[in-house]
Unconditional design. Sequence first.
Length: 486
Amino acid sequence: MPRTLSLRCIGLSHRRCRCLLSTLAREEPARPLVHTLVPGPRSLELARELQEVSEGRTVQFFHDPHKSFGNYVADVDGNLLLDAFCFIASLPLGYNHPNLVEAAQSPAWLPHLAQRPALGYSAPPEWVHTLRTKILSVAPQGLANVQMTCGCGASAVENALKAAFIRKRALERGDVNPTTAELDSCMRNSEPGSPNSMAVVSFEHAFHGRLFGSLSTTRSKSIHKVDIPAFGNWPVLPFPKDEQDEARCLDLVDKTLSEQRVAALIVEPILSEGGDLHASPAFFRGLRELTRHYQVAMVCDEVQTGVGATGRFWAHEHWSEGLEKTGQGVGTGAAELAPDMVTFAKKMQASGFFFKPEFLPPQAFRIYSTWSGDPLRALQASVIIDTIVADHLVERVHSVGDYLIHALADLNHPLVERIRGRGTFIAFDLPSPAQRDHLLGEMRNQGVLVGSSGDKTVRLRPALIFDKHHADILLDILARVLRHMP
Ligand SMILES: Cc1ncc(COP(=O)(O)O)c(C=O)c1O
């Protein structure tokens, strides 16, 4: 008789497991509790030790996963910090959400903890069900397929770009099957099999990852790119400075797509790492029209913007705004505005991309890796999706974000410039990079974590469970820090 795996099977008695779980924090403090500077002495010591064996310089502080709960992260120095950055925008439900903690103890998760399968080779029977009823339940309209990838956003982006190249070459040659000359020449990395003159278009200040292919589309900071070979002919185009600049930028996209051999255009709905740069829904609709016209795949990179934080499940859902008013809405459904592919990672806690069926490669093994996803992370994503729906978290983000952005404006502080955002995906600038960095450090020392992006931007990336009273605490501490800015 087959037996369900028990905790005992992986070496933990039920009592010990319950005991470990009982050490998890279960409630938030009323306010941040700070006893040391952040990072404190224990964090600094661990960072020094980490640097001896790996990269420790990027670690801001060491957290205590057992004592963190809800919107509060505990650090190893005993501080409890209100977290409005959430592991670089990647925690949808905060820390140790009861639904996730409970699900993690279910027998369904156990075998996937014990081993990670090579899903492209052999998948567990419930895999189809998980994809169909959970992951695809949040698929953007018109994108009926999903490919899960290794876990990071860059792996989602790179596989989506590969799918775009495969599709574009099939269209060019008028046949899904490569020729013998192509199969031979690709083994020497040469044309025609390796279409080296075919490009991906991305925008100035964009960030799409740091792996070899995605890095060529990333344009946020030179330190990410320097010393690494790049796809030299992949064009970078200006992202609109403001609404008046959008027609010029669209003209340049038009010119580039008409003159060059382009497989894909990749764009974030809000250029996040680059400094929270926004453009109007009409600009993105313009990109959609041009890419469709030139048969260029439009890849919308929702690694950072996706999963509720902008007040819609996917940020590109905002692109239909304004259509109703102008009457252009007639015949312009969400499916028509939808990009060809949408990448996700971060808040899904699993990575991959949704795509239109025509982007499924005509041959097997072309979009593939050993893991090809992870059942454990897919189960985690399922609980996240269920919780977001059951607790109406996207609606909550919408109203909390509205409250927060107005309250920020009401601070009316001369150092707080260009307040912008959607939902709780909010940012503002300080006059200089030095002032921004000073503000971030002081806020952290007073118990609130926010992030940086671009040159002088402060970005807020709270969990979807961030509430108005958390916003009040953040605003109170921000106001206090601003009062003492040099
Ligand atoms: C829009 C976007 N795309 C891709 C990535 C890369 O994701 P990862 O760091 O998980 O590879 C990021 C990471 O910040 C991102 O913001």
